[in-house]
Design a protein around this ligand. Structure first.
Ligand code: UDP
Length: 238
C-alpha cells in the first residue's frame, strides 16, 4: 500500500504529496477555483472530486492508446497516484475552435472552427502571467530541448485527435485545452490534469458551455456543468 507522506507543493487547484513509493506522488484535487491568474477566486462544490474522476477517465483512455502519461491509479474520490515529474515550464494549448484569448487576440468570433489544430506555448510563470512564447524563447530560456519539444508537439496533437473523437461520441465539442508535461526517468510524460478546468467543452448542438468558463464568466450552474461532463463520459450520475 502506497502511503501519503508530507506535502511537497500546494497549487491553485491541487496539492502534491510525497508517498512511501519512490518516484510516485499523490495528487489531491481541491474545490478551490481561480481565474485570470488568481485575480478571481471561489469554490466550486465537488470540483476536486469531479476533476479527479474526469482526469482519471481521460488518462486511462490516453494510456490505452499509447500516450505516455504520469497517471498511475485513482486511489480515492479526490486523490490519484502519479509518477513524479520534473515539470517542463511550458504550457501547451491546443485549439480546434476559436474562443477565449485567441478569439480576442486575432479578432475571430468565438465559435469559428479553425481549419487545422492550432498549437500555442506559454511560459509557466505566475509572476509574469504565463506569457505566450515560441520555440526560440523556449530555446533561449532553456525550458526544453528541441527533441523534447518535438515529442511534446507530437503527443499534444495525438491527444487532440483521441479526445476529439471520444468527446464527439458524447456530443461534446472539444474547443481547446491546456496540457503540461514533465520528465520522469529521462522520459517526457503528459502530466497535470485533463478536466473542465483545463479544457473548453461545448455541447455539440446547443453550444452550451460545460467547463470553467461558467465560473470565469459568471454564467451560473457551474457544478452542474462539471457533473454533466462526468455523466456523459461515464454514463453515471454523479
Ligand atoms: N487554460 C488553462 N490554464 C491557463 C490558461 C488556459 O487550463 O492558465 C486553458 C483554458 O481552460 C482553455 C485553453 O487553455 O481551455 C485556452 O485558454 P485561453 O488562452 O483562451 O485563455 P483564457 O481566455 O481562458 O484565459
Amino acid at each position: 500500500m502506497t502511503k501519503r507522506l508530507e506535502q511537497l507543493y500546494e497549487g491553485k487547484a491541487k496539492r502534491i504529496f510525497r508517498t512511501s513509493s519512490p518516484g510516485v506522488y499523490l495528487v489531491d484535487y481541491k474545490d478551490d477555483a481561480t481565474a485570470f491568474n488568481g485575480a478571481k477566486k471561489g469554490t466550486i462544490q465537488n470540483k476536486g472530486v469531479l476533476n479527479n474522476l474526469i482526469s482519471t477517465v481521460f488518462f486511462r483512455l490516453l494510456e490505452g492508446k499509447g500516450i505516455p502519461t504520469h497517471f498511475v491509479e485513482q486511489v480515492s474520490d479526490r486523490e490519484m497516484l502519479v509518477k513524479s515529474l520534473e515539470i517542463i515550464k511550458v504550457e501547451v494549448v491546443v485549439r480546434n475552435i476559436a474562443a477565449g484569448s485567441l478569439a480576442k487576440r486575432l479578432g475571430l468570433p468565438e465559435g469559428k472552427a479553425l481549419p487545422l489544430p492550432v498549437l500555442e506555448f506559454y511560459y509557466k510563470d505566475d509572476d509574469l502571467g504565463d506569457p505566450m512564447i515560441n520555440d526560440y524563447h523556449i530555446r533561449a530560456l532553456d525550458l526544453a530541448s528541441p527533441e523534447q519539444m518535438r515529442k511534446i508537439t507530437d503527443i499534444a496533437l495525438k491527444v487532440n485527435k483521441i479526445l476529439l473523437e471520444h468527446l464527439s461520441d458524447k456530443n461534446i465539442d472539444l474547443v481547446d485545452f491546456k496540457l503540461e508535461f514533465g520528465v520522469h526517468e529521462g522520459e517526457v510524460l503528459l502530466g497535470d490534469e485533463i478536466s473542465p478546468d483545463t479544457c473548453r467543452f461545448w455541447d455539440k448542438k446547443t453550444h452550451e458551455k460545460l467547463d470553467k468558463d461558467r465560473f470565469r464568466r459568471d454564467l451560473g450552474n457551474v457544478e452542474e456543468a462539471y457533473e454533466e461532463v462526468y455523466r456523459r463520459l461515464t454514463g453515471k450520475n454523479f
